[in-house]
Design a protein around this ligand. Structure first.
Ligand code: AMO
Length: 428
């Protein structure tokens, strides 16, 4: 018999079906036993009247993997946990596929006061992922990634696969992991920045979902040491052009989640709205912050300022552009002596993306590298790539886990990474 998924029971009333999944809960009375069976599509109540099956039932532990054959019928007892609430399966055959040992963490947390702390949950992340609400986070993340692909293909961009081991730091600074590479020392990519630029100069529009590594020592709820970025780069474009692409892209992704993940959003109690767009210069933001008693540094937004922007412009992607040159990396195009064509995008009180127009002129690039105390020798092939017909170009990178975290209202970015890497965590 072919396996039926739990969300397909509706079409099988009065039929015998084969379902497979995990035992979420087991309750027994002398004449009747109840099993809550979960698969990726939902939870079904299974009832056992047949006493010859009671022995097998007594062996099932929580999260044991079973296969059940039974008759689909209208439910006699309703249960709050069950997604197919009006139906139940009267069990005719129960086979234990693999028995689960006693669980180290709770998988069904009905009593919210006994929620296992995040660190312990992450120690057993493979088991944490048995929970429907945790699965919901990654179903939404999967929709985001698919929507990103769909949007970019429609925009006419090509997907690029970039190297993760690089010879010179792409973002400047010291927050980079060194790796041994035969006789040489190499680095783990902090961004596909330099590569996406070189590709945009031949193939015009490129995108990637790219893993990046940052050796930031501090542990915060918004940083990971390994994270993923939605990257985009476009030739014959300036900062305004790519801000527009980013705004439409985020709107498209959120709309897609609202359409395709209603169940998941409900399970996570996440309220979502397609965001509007607001453009402000860095100087304007500085002025707004001053009015609210928040003093900004010369070339960066503080966490407090980002939160304030979220408060002042709820459900809006706020682009802060004309960013002071000193606060942006060497590859960002200057705008006069003090400003740049770089920007950040803030959504729900946190930076989700940064980008800008790039320096496509080799001599200016050498100058900008020196201004940032970087050695142009280390960037020779990158600089040279702009000597043989390089159009002006612009792009951005947006954090996959950041966006997931913000649209779902998660408190800690680790919740939005399947297997987060932070200062302390390398396993599982
Ligand atoms: P930036 O360093 O600002 O820019 O990164 C882009 C976006 O990626 C996310 N992000 C992170 N998420 C989690 N943990 C981290 N440690 C982390 N660092 C960054 C944020 C951020 O806005 N090359 C440029 C982009 C470009 O100009 O195209 C870059 O990497 O959401």
């Amino acid at each position: 018999m072919e396996r039926t998924k739990i969300d397909q029971l509706k079409g099988n009333i009065g039929q015998t079906v084969l379902v497979k999944g995990w035992i979420q809960e087991f309750r027994g009375q002398s004449k009747i036993k109840f099993i809550l069976l979960r698969d990726i599509s939902g939870v079904a109540q299974c009832v056992v009247f047949d006493q010859s099956l009671f022995d097998a039932c007594s062996k099932v532990t929580t999260e044991t993997v079973v296969s059940i054959e039974g008759l689909v019928k209208t439910a006699t007892v309703k249960s709050a946990e069950v997604t197919e609430n009006t139906l139940e399966i009267e069990v005719k055959k129960l086979d234990i596929i693999n028995t689960a040992e006693p669980l180290p963490i709770n998988v069904v947390e009905k009593d919210k006061s006994i929620i296992t702390d995040l660190s312990k949950r992450l120690d057993y992340r493979f088991l944490d992922l048995h929970k429907r609400d945790i699965q919901a986070i990654f179903k939404v993340q999967s929709t985001l990634v698919q929507a990103y692909h769909e949007f970019m293909i429609k925009e006419g961009a090509i997907e690029a696969l970039f190297p993760s081991i690089i010879g010179a730091s792409s973002e400047g600074g010291t927050e980079v992991f060194e790796v041994k590479y035969f006789e040489k020392s190499a680095l783990l990519s902090q961004s596909c920045q330099l590569y996406k630029q070189m590709i945009a100069c031949s193939m015009e529009k490129v995108f990637a979902v790219f893993t990046v590594w940052r050796a930031e020592k501090h542990n915060t709820v918004r940083h990971l040491n390994e994270s993923r970025q939605f990257d985009f780069e476009m030739a014959f474009a300036d900062d305004k052009d790519v801000m527009d692409v980013l705004a439409r892209c985020i709107q498209f992704m959120i709309e897609k989640v609202m359409k395709e993940n209603q169940r998941e959003l409900a399970l996570l109690n996440a309220k979502l709205k397609v965001p509007g767009v607001k453009y402000l210069t860095f100087a304007e933001v500085s002025g707004i912050m001053k009015k609210h008693g928040i003093h900004l540094g010369a070339d960066d937004l503080s966490g407090e300022a980002e939160e304030k922007l979220g408060e002042l412009y709820p459900e809006t992607i706020v682009f802060v552009h004309d960013w002071p040159l000193s606060g942006k990396p060497f590859y960002i195009m200057p705008k006069g002596d003090e400003l740049s064509l770089g920007f950040d995008a803030i959504y729900r009180g946190m930076e989700i993306s940064s980008g800008g127009q790039r320096v496509h002129l080799p001599e200016l690039l050498v100058e900008r590298l020196k201004a940032k105390d970087l050695n142009p020798e280390n960037f020779k092939s990158y600089i040279d790539s702009f000597r043989y017909g390089a159009p002006p170009h612009a792009g951005w990178g947006a954090g996959v886990e950041r966006i997931t975290m913000l649209i779902l209202g998660l408190k800690n970015i680790r919740e939005a990474a399947l297997f987060p890497r932070d200062r302390e965590r390398l396993t599982p």
